[in-house]
Design a protein around this ligand. Structure first.
Ligand SMILES: Cc1ncc(COP(=O)(O)O)c(C=O)c1O
Length: 507
């Protein structure tokens, strides 16, 4: 048997020598081994790598500029290309896969998903149409159904995997428009809050609405949409002859991790006949935890929910999902027939994903979630998410101990927003001071955090969502914040030109 295999192998090697795009089986093994060695070394070194780099650094800019190149006529040896990638191209970047990445909403990068991509791309089967690869379309459908189960949707619910939250939100807006408005839809209005992710406004514009048709309703002290203002605005719009058709709520805002009153919002949507969408791109997978389920009660009443496995399920970038209570709504919005297409499935248990989504040909992305969930089991993800909830609360308690620290948003999930507010500064002065604090914390390169504006106040944010972030890194983060505050305090006591203190501004 082994001899037989060898003979076939040799024959193949001979045969493929004439085809430069087809490496021999031996060459493939060597290529895989070489790439695997680099990748594994890279992953092992992630905790020691700097948390970010300085995009304004002249050397980093020059190295990046040197990567621009003309179309190569001839091939290059793989070792040289791997050197280029791992030595020149990858290092000048935010270490988004490392344990110190506490910025924006962190992504993940669990290893089995990379393996899944390798397999999926190598076998290169077509999963957009059920009959083209039913044995692969089924695992992708399983993944969609698992996600539906996680958010508490009924068994008949469905959905699609997307490239991320923005595409999920876009697909939701298009579906809602199709379901609730006539073809002449320009009078349709969409209701969001002043904390809703900007991808919703972008989605509305891409779906053909004037940007002015998107209403931003004010939020309460917990950054949750004010439902009384919402009802009032809907009534005013109706009086003006407009057609309110969609309400978008958030389960985990990007600014503060706020969760709208999802049950209350569902009541408004029901009373007003609006399509209810929940943007749970960040928060959705916390539904795996008891605390998450408690804070997102009512999510299952939504017509559609966006949740991003490349956030809360720690998958690499390029993985989002849109779930809907009634898959027929997606089908009605996305089915267009063409003579050259194969026959589509009538059985609702067999899904042609191209009929539910804007895409036709695409990657086999289901495997990226299927493989790690099957390998590790969902409980491993649940535990890791619980750890993130604990770490965010721990960090908030630590920050509270720092003199003059204000917690601007208590963690509802794994995100905390705060600012250092010593006495004697104007609001502008405090904003500048906190920008300076952010810069000095990030300059230490142990962690990377980002800021935002909250009602005119510049806030620092810590979002704990990487499966690689544990207590030691959070402790390092707290030490860095305390030490940077001490350094800033010392430098302020010896004022220099451009000092931002209120007292100085009045003298
Ligand atoms: C709440 C929320 N919604 C939507 C998005 C957009 O998701 P993506 O970047 O995957 O397109 C983000 C991104 O961080 C987000 O935080």
């Amino acid at each position: 048997m082994v001899d037989e295999y060898k003979a076939v192998n040799e024959a193949m090697n001979e045969e493929t020598q004439a085809h430069p795009l087809e490496p021999s089986t031996d060459q493939m093994r060597v290529m895989v081994d070489k790439a695997a060695e680099r990748v594994i070394d890279h992953i092992a070194s992630l905790p020691r790598q700097p948390a970010s780099y300085d995009p304004h650094d002249a050397d980093a800019r020059a190295r990046t500029a040197a990567l621009a190149e003309s179309l190569p006529e001839r091939g290059t040896d793989l070792d040289g290309l791997l050197d280029l990638l791992f030595r020149e191209a990858i290092p000048p970047s935010f270490n988004t896969a490392g344990p110190g990445y506490l910025a924006y909403i962190p992504g993940g990068g669990i290893f089995p998903s990379a393996l899944a991509d390798f397999i999926a791309n190598a076998v290169n089967r077509y999963v957009g149409v059920w009959i083209a690869a039913p044995g692969l379309a089924q695992p992708e459908l399983n993944v969609v159904r698992w996600f539906c189960e996680i958010i508490g949707y009924p068994p008949e619910a469905g959905g699609i995997l997307t490239t991320g939250g923005s595409l999920a939100n876009f697909t939701a807006v298009v579906t809602a428009r199709k379901e609730r408005l006539p073809d002449d839809f320009l009078a349709g209005t969409i209701y969001t809050s002043d904390q809703t992710h900007h991808s919703i406004r972008k989605a509305a514009v891409l779906a053909g609405f004037p940007e002015g048709n998107v209403r931003e309703i004010a939020t309460d002290e917990d950054y949750r949409i004010r439902l009384d203002d919402l009802r009032r605005r809907i009534a005013e719009d109706r009086e003006d002859g407009l057609r309110p058709f969609m309400l978008v709520t958030s389960a985990g805002t990007t600014n503060t991790g706020a969760i709208d009153d999802l049950g209350g919002a569902a009541d408004v949507a029901e009373d007003e006949g609006l399509w209810l969408h929940v943007d749970a791109a960040y928060g959705g997978f916390f539904m795996l935890t008891e605390r998450g389920r408690e804070s997102m009660r009512g999510i299952e009443r939504a017509d559609s929910v966006a949740l991003d496995p490349h956030k809360g399920l720690f998958l690499p970038y390029g993985n989002g999902s849109l779930l809907v209570r009634e898959p027929e709504t997606l089908r009605r919005a996305h089915t267009i027939f063409a003579d050259y297409m194969p026959e589509m499935q009538q059985d609702t248990d067999l899904v042609d994903f191209c009929q539910l989504s804007p895409e036709l040909s695409r990657d086999f992305r289901g495997l990226r979630a299927w493989l790690p969930i099957k390998l590790f089991g969902i409980d491993a993800f649940r535990s890791s998410l619980d750890e993130k909830l604990d770490l965010a609360r721990w960090a908030t308690d630590q920050l509270r101990e720092v003199p003059d620290m204000e917690i601007l948003a208590e963690p509802k999930l794994s995100l905390t927003a705060f600012r250092w507010a010593p006495a004697g500064y104007s609001e502008d002065g405090l904003n500048d001071l906190n920008r300076a604090l952010l810069k000095s914390v990030n300059a230490r390169q142990n962690v990377y955090i980002t800021g935002t504006m909250l009602r005119g106040q510049y806030a620092l944010r810590i979002c704990v969502l990487s499966f690689r972030t544990h207590l030691e890194r959070m402790q390092r983060c707290m030490v860095d914040i305390r030490e940077c505050i001490e350094e800033l305090t010392t430098s302020i006591e010896e004022p220099v030109a451009g000092d931002v203190r209120e007292a100085d501004q009045h003298t």
